[in-house]
Design a protein around this ligand. Structure first.
Ligand code: NAP
Length: 329
């Protein structure tokens, strides 16, 4: 079958742009053929597009299809494990169709979530970081950086559902800060461009934070250290301000001296999406959705395969909220 895919045209060295991607036709064939319904977009993909990728998984090479997470529908199957019409998830990437052995697809329960695109959310990471790494619970005062993004928009809600006393978030605009409070249940939120972050935190949480879920690093990390209570737990998930904001080091060492002086427990973590981690997130997510205690913050971009690179770049620039997916079918 002839299909269309997005390839990496060149490694990203500095700022990513449309010329790093190319739309191409290709032929796919295999035991199973899947129509891609949604492709998920995540900030971490930018790292996989760099020649000096620092994430310990194989980076994408020029000419490769961008191999991101997708959900799709089986349209042909010679496998007893998958039937036409089954919903599946895979890392087959930015293409209208994929093909291969049945083993490269994970069969999903179509009825588990309201929409198939929910399977592309970053909840496994957010849940693992909040529940297992930070062990957030009753009475915690929580600060989430990057709180309107894919991981962050779920992390704050998880803290709330696990009994946190107060949840504060930061985001890149006042509109996003209002969204956190009005729609995601944050107690307070601020635009990190509005003056020193440490000042905002002292105003909003004079009692000091006990948990920090960090996807941004930089000034927000420093401010959290300055306003943390002794013994606070920091789940260090990402470093967007370095990854996306430019500068020499995309993954800087956190300043440990100030954290040590306050007895802060620093926990950089990597979520590997083990079956147990996936199951824990799904169990809690479906329960909280059913109880009406949780919303799934999501932006669906329309326009098909040709829109995917532009949507990815817009996502990195902060044009969207929540988990971002492009609808292909
Ligand atoms: N540890 C793990 O296992 C793990 C797993 C998944 C992801 N991650 C990491 O978690 C982080 C978040 O991933 P995500 O996919 O959820 O990304 P995301 O937060 O959805 O990333 C897009 C957002 O980045 C923000 N942004 C753009 N430029 C920025 C800058 N200069 N400083 C601060 N924020 C900026 C924008 O939000 P604003 O408009 O609010 O600035 C934008 O909406 C990434 O660092 C990723 O690598 C880690």
């Amino acid at each position: 079958m002839i299909t269309r895919e997005i390839r990496l045209a060149a490694h990203v060295t500095d700022e990513p742009g449309l010329d790093h991607f190319a739309l191409a036709e290709t032929e796919v064939d295999g035991e199973v053929i899947v129509r891609t319904d949604y492709v998920g977009l995540a900030a971490a993909y930018l790292e996989l597009m760099r020649a000096d990728c620092r994430i310990p998984v194989p980076a994408w090479q020029p000419g490769d299809r961008v191999g991101a997470a997708v959900v799709g529908t089986v349209v042909r199957s010679d496998s007893p494990d998958l039937a036409v019409g089954d919903l599946v998830q895979s890392m087959t990437g930015w293409s209208e169709h994929s093909a291969g052995p049945a083993a490269q697809y994970v069969k999903l329960d179509r009825d588990l979530f309201p929409e198939p695109s929910y399977h592309l959310g970053q909840g496994v990471t957010a849940y693992y970081g909040m529940a297992d790494v930070a062990a957030v619970g009753e009475g915690d005062v929580v600060f989430v950086s990057g709180a309107a993004g894919g991981v962050g928009s779920l992390a704050g809600q998880i803290a709330r559902c696990r009994g946190a006393a107060r949840v504060i978030g930061s985001a890149g605009s006042r509109a996003k800060a209002a969204y956190l409070v009005d729609e995601l249940g944050y107690d307070a939120a601020f635009d990190y461009h509005d003056g020193p972050v440490a000042d905002r935190l002292r105003e909003l949480v004079p009692e000091g934070i006990t948990v920090f879920f960090d996807v941004v690093g930089g000034e927000q990390y420093q401010a959290a250290v300055q306003t943390a209570r002794p013994g606070a737990r920091f789940a260090l998930c990402g470093s967007l301000s370095h990854q996306l904001g430019g500068g020499a080091d995309r993954f800087p060492e956190p300043d440990r001296a100030a954290a040590q002086a306050r007895g802060i427990e620093l926990s950089p973590f990597s979520c590997h999406h083990t079956p147990e981690q996936v199951a824990a997130w799904r169990e809690h997510f479906t329960r909280w959705l059913g109880e009406g205690r949780f919303v799934f913050p999501q932006t669906i971009v329309e326009g098909g395969i040709k829109e995917v690179p532009g949507a990815f770049l817009s996502m990195l620039k902060g044009s969207y909220r929540g988990n971002v997916a492009v609808r292909l079918a």
